[in-house]
Design a protein around this ligand. Structure first.
Ligand SMILES: [Ca+2]
Ligand SMILES: [Ca+2]
Length: 292
């Protein structure tokens, strides 16, 4: 076998089994990124001190594996306060497992990566979600973090990945207990951002999917497809990016699993932050220029 053909086979193998030469498991339930070092640990259980130790809200990012699967995106016509226009139900298949942050990105985590204070940040609020960051700022944050970590990439979730994870197998208005007061911070139970992870998690262990801060998604905002789709990435072009989940500043209907909102990617807001996806694709697999 010539050296050239061997290398080609190697790269084809790597494209199907991106973990072939990585010690990191993709089957563990949790991934934890250590922000100062850039190292990622995979483990089958959440750390026992997860909710008590602020290190998981400041220096580390804890993510939970979301299994690939199929779900119905959008809302039932019977859902209370459903808008008439943009939540048309359609079947979505997510073909790859991914890890999603169990918390929104905090001010402390933002500072660990960016080395500066986001607007309006004070020391005592570092365990609260970062706000006043634009979609473009989030891309800078992601690029810096991707430079630090090895063998994996972080990015914003697609809108479909976000709703799939928010629902965690439910088709009700809110996930988890189904009662917003249990699951999230919104206009009726607070008047500012709150420390992440203080309300109940949904059935896949994710906190604050309803309320606290709205979360940027990667998609351009646009009309939903009417047919079944696989790994949708949103509209091809647009003027606004999707934001999801409602916030401390919004009424309950904006915190629904299906609710969609949009925001100019070059401006931020005092109730808009983000949450990260981690995937195990090796960096060069994401970049076709590395293929022969
Ligand atoms: Ca949220
Ligand atoms: Ca809406």
């Amino acid at each position: 076998m010539s050296k050239h053909i061997f290398i080609q086979i190697l790269f084809v193998a790597l494209s199907f089994y991106p973990n072939l030469f990585s010690n990191e498991s993709i089957s563990e339930l949790y991934a934890i990124i250590d922000l100062p070092g850039g190292k990622i640990d995979y483990m089958s259980n959440a750390p026992v001190d997860l909710l008590k130790n602020d290190i998981y809200r400041t220096d580390k990012i804890v993510l939970r594996r979301i299994p690939s699967g199929r779900f119905t995106m959008g809302s039932l016509a019977s859902e209370e306060r459903r808008p008439l226009i943009d939540e048309t139900r359609h079947e979505v298949t997510i073909t790859q497992d991914y890890y999603l942050g169990i918390f929104e990105i905090t001010q402390g985590q933002w500072r660990q990566v960016m080395g500066d204070k986001p607007m309006g940040t004070e020391e005592e609020t570092k365990t609260r979600p970062v706000v006043n960051v634009t979609w473009d700022d989030c891309q800078d944050f992601i690029a810096k973090l991707n430079d630090k970590i090895k063998g994996s990439i972080v990015r914003l979730p697609t809108e479909a990945e976000w709703e799939y994870a928010c629902r965690a197998g439910t088709n009700s208005t809110f996930s988890g207990t189904g009662i917003l007061m249990d699951m999230g911070w919104y206009k009726q139970n607070c008047n500012s951002t709150q420390v992440v992870g203080m309300k109940k998690p949904n059935d896949w262990g994710l906190y604050d999917m309803h309320g606290n801060v709205l979360e940027w998604c990667s998609d351009w905002y646009g009309a939903y497809p009417l047919e079944r789709v696989v790994d949708p990435k949103g509209a091809a072009t647009g003027t606004d990016r999707v934001e999801r989940g409602g916030s401390w500043y919004t009424l309950s209907r904006f915190c629904r699993s299906a609710d969609r909102n949009m925001h100019d990617p070059s401006t931020g807001s005092h109730h808009l932050g983000a949450r990260l996806v981690l995937t195990n694709q090796m960096k060069y697999a994401a970049n076709k220029a590395y293929f022969w």
